[in-house]
Write a new protein. Structure first.
Length: 343
């Protein structure tokens, strides 16, 4: 599907991978096929049945309070017709209008109705889809069996899985949950291991490294020339903050993988060294063997002596008498110590 994108507000910090103003590009979206759409229809049918039952009970309770002479077959038939219109036509139109192109079934499955050019679906388009669906597809008031076969044939043969209502209204049902396949980023490049070991990565910040990692994880999903332009811009920024220069002859993605692998290796080494130092100082941090089930909790270990804080009461100096040491006489006897207070 083709759309007219807006010009970017400002270029990206690692290179302009955006689109030139006025350039028409193809948007890669996943069109919903017959399997997911039938599953969403089943959820919607359940929701419509519950809504119809609720309306019927509400109208029935309201008619009980109306005098008997005012209720006849024409009134009951008219109310039934209005209820069916509200459920079959009003339900999808109101949901798509006020819920970004999604009914309850489409929300459960992860689908959304958009215009063929990628714009949000309009109320007129939702009304056309609903009317065509009620008349031809589901429940198919006009030639039910033949219209069902025609509707299924159109959905199977259309390359975007559109039904008759989509073709008439100019809409498309797409997936909102993209199936992203993330590939692991290589942790090392053997051909560049010697060069990577000598790198000075002190000026490589986390934001630039994260941008490079996300590029490598999704590089298989990007198409040229955006993939090459984005990789060249990232490598230009990274090569400006690392030394020594890279050896020639390799693609930019290989250089990025080598730099990120070396950065990861050094971070893992620093983490292991820190853990070793911490467990050397505090052996209690080492995880012990798990206690058997039902075993009583172990005794509480007392605090280390060097960490214990001893608080002693403060005694005024005047209240403590000064005691003289014992005096040994020449005869060898020990004299009685006397106090300064009695001298």
């Amino acid at each position: 599907m083709r759309t007219q994108p807006r010009p970017p507000a400002r270029p990206a910090p690692w290179g302009d991978a955006g689109l030139v103003s006025g350039e028409a590009v193809e948007l890669d979206v996943r069109a919903a096929r017959i399997g997911s759409r039938v599953l969403a229809l089943l959820f919607d049918v359940l929701a419509q049945a519950a809504l119809l039952l609720t309306l019927s009970m509400s109208v029935g309770v309201a008619l009980l309070n109306v005098p008997d002479g005012l209720v006849d077959g024409a009134l009951a038939g008219g109310l039934a017709t209005v209820g069916l219109i509200l459920v079959l036509v009003g339900y999808p139109v109101l949901c798509e209008r006020f819920n970004h192109g999604r009914t309850l079934g489409k929300m459960a499955v992860g689908l959304r109705v958009v215009s063929a050019d990628g714009a949000p679906v309009a109320a007129r388009q939702s009304l056309i889809r609903a009317l065509v669906g009620v008349a031809v597809e589901w429940p198919g008031l006009v030639l039910p069996l033949l219209s069902w076969v025609a509707g299924v044939t159109v959905m199977v043969t259309d390359r975007r899985g559109r039904r008759l209502g989509d073709l008439v209204a100019g809409t498309l049902v797409v997936h909102t949950r993209t199936a992203t396949a993330w590939r692991p980023v290589p942790t090392a490049v053997p051909a560049l291991a010697g060069w990577a070991a000598t790198l000075d990565l002190s000026r490589l910040d986390d934001g630039l490294a994260l941008a490079a990692r996300q590029y490598l994880a999704r590089v298989h999903q990007l198409a040229e020339p955006a993939r090459g332009r984005l990789g060249h811009g990232l490598w230009a920024e990274i090569s400006a903050v690392i030394t020594p220069p890279a050896p020639p002859g390799m693609p930019e993605s290989v250089y990025l993988a080598a730099v990120l692998g070396e950065r990861h290796r050094r971070a893992r080494y620093r983490l292991g060294h820190s853990r070793t130092a911490a467990t050397t100082l505090w052996p209690e941090l080492l995880p012990g063997p798990p206690a058997p089930a039902g075993a009583p909790p172990g005794p509480i270990r007392p605090a280390a002596p060097e960490l214990a804080l001893v608080v002693r009461p403060t005694v005024p100096a005047q209240a403590v008498p000064a005691v003289r040491p014992a005096v040994v006489s020449s005869a060898g006897d020990v004299g009685t110590p006397t106090s300064d207070a009695g001298s």
